[in-house]
Design a protein. Sequence first.
Lengths: 505, 492
Amino acid sequence: MFCNILIWFVIIPIVMMAGLGLCRGKSIGAIRAVMVVGSTALLGLAIWLCCEFLRLRGAGDASEMLFTGSWMWYAPFNIHLAVGVDGISVLMLLLSAVIVFAGTFASWKINPLPKNFFLWFCLLSTGVFGFFISIDIFTMFMFYEVALIPMYLLIGVWGTGRKEYSAMKLTLMLMGGSAFLMLGLLGIYWHSAPEGMPLTWNILEISHNSAIDPSWQNLLFCLTFVGFGVLGAMFPFHTWSPDGHACAPTAVSMLHAGVLMKLGGYGCFRIAIYLLPQAANELAWIFIILTGISIVYGAFSACVQTDLKYINAYSSVSHCGMVLFAILMLNTTAMTGAILQMLSHGLMTALFFALIGMIYGRTHTRDIRQMGGLMKIMPYLGVCYMIAGFASLGLPGLSGFVAEMTIFFGSFEDADLFHRCFVIAATCSIVITAVYILRVVGKLLLGPVQDDHHLALTDASWFERLSTVTLIVCIAGIGCFPNWINETIQFSFHPIIKAIEAAAL
Amino acid sequence: MDYSQFGAMRPELILLGIFLIVFLFDTFAGEKARKATTPLTLVLFGLGTVAMWILPDSFEGSVFGGMYVSTHTCVWIKNILNVGAFIVLLQSVKWIESPDDIVRKGEFYELLLVTLFGMYLMISARHFLLFVIGLEAASLPLAALAAFSKKKYESHEAAIKYIMTAVFSSAILMMGLSFVYGLSGGSLYFNDIALALASSSMSGLLLCALAFVLAGLGFKLSLVPFHLWTADVYQGAPTAVTSYLSVVSKGAAAFAFFVIFTQCFGAVYADAWEWMLYAVIIATITVGNLFAMRQKNMKRFMAFSSVSQAGYIMLGVIAGNAIGMASMLFYIFVYVVSNLGAFAVISSIENETGKLSMDDYRGLHKSNPWLSFAMTLAMFSLAGIPPFAGFFSKILIFTAATSTGSMALYMLVLIALINTIISLYYYLLVVKAMWISPDEPVIPAYRSACTERVALWLCVAGIVFFGLVSPIYQGIFNASVSDALAFFGMIH
């Protein structure tokens, strides 16, 4: 079992938790050491996995999932701890590792109770990594919920503002989504195999059997898509996102917007669409409408906010809507765009939240009306903010451009009026994005200094620089070498597209 | 008479032995030696629990003309109840040794062991006569236990309420049984009733009989609408007794409920009681949750939470098959450790400071981090959060309920799942009070008694490992499957 490299993505955070458990609450040095060593190990493991994956693919290994392993857990229900990755999960693991790494440094000076903070933080990362390596829907769901619950305490204890309200709202809404999801997964399990064959939770086997009755598919598709859609901030289930993100501490916002929301997109893609292709063909239009609304509505909402975190949270609603929107187009190009958008949004929103946290830590306000001219005072943070902003509005050379272009090209492939209208509406969101990003940059970084106390503020410290540089390098990397991503994920869509085409016949 | 038949009743004999030793010791030992009653009971009962757990099943089948059976699942549920009772004994030590109650500690142990003995009979009975004897032996001493805090007004109120409802529900149950007796052509053996019902058609009398039996047992399980006694009795009774009522007594009743409804009345599942139980489950889960949200007293809070949990346990009954039995037993087991974990904290704090309000738990993590940590785990487990045991028990019971493939049961599971979110809300309120509230702690830092800590550690270990370690469920599942083939008239 321990020979499988993927398992280590779960073991390392658990070991980190054990290590933190041994530290004394006051010895901040030891706690930081555990976190730095652990998150570096995770990042190294993710990079190594990526290289190894590309090497195997290059050597002609065309199987759907690599590094697979499966261990029986609950035999009566055929529940396995089954792991395996394709190109998409490899990239998601890499993204998570980068953000956990950056998040560790962004919460370098967390106060109070640093030990408990990092304990829950590690539990959250266990859930995230476990989710991406699982190919058994039971364990996938388990890790999904493991990732959700620490949010309550992380926001409730270490958050700011109306933290108790937001923490409760976020937890209950996400758990509510997972209630629907659970029912959908149970339905999938009880219909996973034709009469006489053993039932299974394994994604590959379910897809191979393709035994789910069409009349059940529609119901299960709605349940699972809504279940994951809540986490993907799909309209009208997005309202947890602005409140939750605004009140969360920096590293938690980063991890949540950067990675956790991707769980939603990944789950829709891997379970709702892949396992229920027939229903996906039939019912995609409902969710295209909803996600279309997310995209435009999120962007407009961001325009009128004055709190930096709210602006970014609504922009996340818009960008994550784009991910689900592209997945629902059910063609290779758009789905490639969706994956690129997940990576791009994950990195840039993490960068945004890290920067907002750093600015807030200095100015003690997040209201853009009370700030101005910060570029002169803290040029490093200012430039980083601009880079994040440009990535968000899709400047070529940064990740946002590549992702959004691919999505719109792919979405335009569907030639009927319905799809065209929604794609055009979604494309308009780029303009709106430019409006709110440039508004913030103008107010916050340029113009006169609003508050004389701000003149005494210092620029980024070394750990803040490390955190931001990591993220910027990745954003520019995707923007300049998107082909590398493309190579990694290109085989991953074949089985899904094949299932959809088979179902359409 | 063939006395070797008593050999089949090994769990009962062990328990009876422990009871007799404790009773004789408590009666005849001198004033000084009597101090040893508590350790003696704990050690004997602990050894008995372990012995019953590890000794292989010596016997499987029925004795005394089919009145008493010993099956794999019976052994499992008895072991589970033993674990629960042992933890209750551990957490009650400090309270029972306190000056107000010390004179009567022997009686406390004796009454508790007698009720457990009654539950054993309820579990193994395959004749309603034996079942009723067991039921009464399990109920009446509990009223005495509820009145145990002699100087507290609430304790007496609780005892009166409990005895009134217990007697009332017994009367209703007997009424139902007399109807059943008529319908079955003059037999109270479970098998005879099942045979008679299989060949007869539906009648108003049968519906009445089922409704009365459901109501009678529903009182014991505090299913809605038969739950009205629960909150007051739980609040008034001494905390050790409350925790005993909420897990051990409930677990035994749930198992008996399963056996009676699937074995006796299995033939009229779809015609009659599936829909009764369906409505009762929805009412139980929802009402329990809605009332729990507004409670400020921790014991009342746990009362309504346990009403709602009983609804989840009943999901296993409505599935009515081997998977349902296995998932229900596992659910009860996990519920025992989770609920007792919460009660261990509550009773420890009550014994130390007398505080019982949720507001008193504010900022608890600053003064007692370990207690609040254990309480958090218990709350998460009760709410069904992974990786704790409660998550697995919930999912497995949902899997069982959907296993019949009926659309109606999918709807039921959806309602139960939505209720899980409501329950998460109020369980998180406790977590919020302990961890998030900025207030200074009301409860000062203190070191809880050794026995309390052992009880808490047992519960925490159960909460963490029962779900992750699958052989427990596997063992229960194998037992259920083999029993389903040999003993129960399973429905599906």
